[in-house]
Design a protein around this ligand. Structure first.
Ligand code: MLT
Length: 271
């Protein structure tokens, strides 16, 4: 595997990426793009970057406002993030990808399908949903954004962390718990606050589900309370070409909590 990290300079901001090229060159033609959840960064995919790049080219980026990318600007939408990703692919001269997004990354995935579907040769939705927020969730996001602004990232980490993991993984303090704790503490407030606003304003994708024909994999965690498995199964059932899997013992962060099960499902999907 060869690894390249770098920064793409777009019009008014820079985007960090980590790109790994497959060891088995003949299989490496299918590029897998990994888009992180909120309020995380590309390092949440470390087990996927390491393992899946044995056979496939893998690219992970930090979205604006997160990790090593520039700040997220007020008013940036989930659709803008999808456009930003398309520009990154242009710069890296990657025509088509299998787009894999977790949670907020999945919200961006729906927009990527809507706006750039000719660039997709597959979709993977992990621990996410198609529905937009209802009024209660939207209000809660705005309250959370204000509280984050007042109390800072340590408060964000403390309030979010237990909800992200299956209870057992959290209480056993699997290594990913401390890594994610640190990531959230390091995330900048602009990512947290404007990210919440972008998610609150996102479009509903449920109406699009029966139009999505590209091969799709939907991955749920049996213990996920943020995006429960039964809702994800119903979502998968509405797409013509979708396969659903539920990973036992995983919460909202299935790629980190059960990386072997997650990676084997992705490898099977990639073929
Ligand atoms: C995420 O993991 O990206 C978040 O749970 C998404 C959300 O807040 O809806």
């Amino acid at each position: 595997m060869t690894e390249t990290t770098g920064t793409i300079h777009l019009d008014d901001h820079r985007v960090f990426y980590d790109r790994r090229f497959a060891v088995e060159k003949d299989k490496g033609e299918k590029d897998l793009l990994l888009i992180h959840g909120f309020p995380l960064d590309h390092k949440m995919w470390i087990k996927q970057l390491d393992d899946l790049s044995q056979t496939h080219n893998v690219l992970a980026i930090d979205l604006p406002g997160f990790g090593q990318s520039d700040d997220l600007k007020h008013g940036t939408s989930i659709a803008d993030m999808a456009d930003c990703i398309a520009k990154v692919l242009d710069e890296l001269k990657i025509e088509q990808v299998v787009f894999c997004g977790l949670s907020m990354g999945g919200y961006i995935g729906w927009q990527f399908w809507k706006r750039h579907r000719n660039r997709l040769n597959g979709l993977i939705f992990a621990n996410t949903k198609a529905a937009a927020d209802d009024e209660t969730t939207r209000r809660a996001r705005l309250i959370n954004a204000q509280a984050a602004d007042r109390n800072g990232q340590d408060w964000v980490a403390e309030s979010m962390l237990p909800k992200l993991f299956a209870e057992e993984n959290f209480s056993n303090r699997i290594p990913a718990v401390d890594r994610i704790d640190q990531t959230i503490r390091n995330t900048r407030l602009n990512g947290t606050v404007y990210g919440q606003l972008a998610m609150a304003a996102r479009e509903d994708a449920t109406e699009w589900l029966d139009q999505i024909e590209v091969p799709t994999l939907v991955v749920a965690g049996s213990e996920d309370t943020i995006t429960p498995a039964d809702g994800m199964k119903a979502m998968s059932d509405q797409m013509a070409n979708s396969t659903f899997i539920e990973i036992q013992g995983a919460g909202h962060l299935s790629p980190l909590e059960k990386p072997e099960a997650f990676n084997s499902a992705v490898l099977k999907f990639l073929g």
